[in-house]
Design a protein around this ligand. Structure first.
Ligand code: CP
Length: 303
């Protein structure tokens, strides 16, 4: 039984396929005119977000509403944590309001896991520090599957601030589980010290080496808010060495997908005109995020 979604580690291949099948079904039905579903009627979804978010918070909220749940946002900056209440007491308070789902984002790695241990509600990790972002990994997988049919044998490169990226950690886990070959690339200062523990196939500091022959390239946001020391000299130099520009797009395979979890630092991870360029599926990732999050609710409820 899977009560909570905390980490990709918890999910088997069958679980992942089940979630993707639900997401596909919701997307098809939505595009055929069905815009209200009753799967979560009578259920409540509370969304305590202690870090900023546009895509994840909005799509989990909208997903809940489309499934007929009652949804309530709790912003960290306006919650009683600013008066000194602990995360534990905040979450017990939320649970006492009979929440069926708690969708939590927090700057502390392990926050969602700690919450899930203490409540009966289904807990969904919407990003915990630099640890994991499982719903992002599921929506990335759904987007790749729509274009490529399978991840078995696909060559995927993840480029940028791997050290601080919860997206990279969840993406690597799900891509490897589904049979892809994963390369990571970035400046040495932004690669975790024990890189071999990430279970990747190849690591390079040369972005042009990383992107050649790939089926998918994922550029990561430079997470300046998590960088407590200097990891590179200037953003401009980072962009020249690691950013996506037209010359590098021309080196890609013709059918290579360009992805980014967002938000993009335009001119840093990629040149501005490439963000919504012809190979970019960034907005498809956003749309698929909605259906994937509907699928996650259904999966947890049906388990
Ligand atoms: N990809 C992602 O987590 O975006 P938000 O921070 O806008 O939710």
């Amino acid at each position: 039984m899977v009560k909570d979604l905390i980490s990709i580690t918890q999910l088997t291949k069958d679980h992942i396929n089940q979630i993707i099948d639900y997401a596909k079904d919701y997307k098809n039905r939505y595009h055929n005119g069905e815009t209200k579903f009753s799967d979560l009627r009578g259920k409540s979804v509370l969304l305590p977000f202690f870090e900023s978010s546009t895509r994840t918070r909005t799509s989990f909220e909208l997903a809940g509403k489309l499934l007929s749940a009652d949804t309530i946002n709790i912003s960290g900056s306006s919650s009683s944590t600013t008066k000194g209440e602990t995360l534990f007491d905040t979450i017990k308070t939320i649970e006492a309001m009979q929440s069926d789902f708690i969708v939590i984002r927090h700057s502390m790695s392990g926050a969602a896991y700690q919450v899930a241990k203490h409540v009966k509600s289904h807990v969904i990790n919407a990003g915990d520090g630099q640890n994991e972002h499982p719903s992002q990994a599921l929506l990335d997988t759904f987007t790749i599957l729509e274009h490529k049919g399978s991840l078995e044998g696909l060559k995927i490169a993840i480029i940028g601030d791997i050290l601080h990226s919860r997206v990279a950690r969840s993406d690597i886990k799900i891509f490897k589980k589904l049979g892809a070959e994963v390369t990571i690339c970035g400046p040495l200062t932004l690669i975790p010290r024990h890189v071999e523990s990430l279970n990747i196939d190849y690591f390079t500091t040369d972005v042009e080496d990383a992107i050649k022959d790939k089926d998918v390239v994922i550029f990561l946001r430079m997470q300046l808010e998590r960088q407590k020391k200097v990891f590179f000299s200037t953003l401009n130099e980072y962009s020249i060495k690691y950013g996506l520009n037209q010359k590098r797009v021309d080196m890609l395979k013709d059918d290579c997908l360009i992805m980014h979890p967002g938000p993009v630092n335009r001119g840093v991870e990629m040149q501005s005109e490439l963000v919504y360029g012809s190979r970019s599926v960034i907005l498809e990732q956003v749309e698929n995020g909605l259906f994937t999050r509907m699928a996650i609710y259904k999966f947890l409820l049906n388990n």
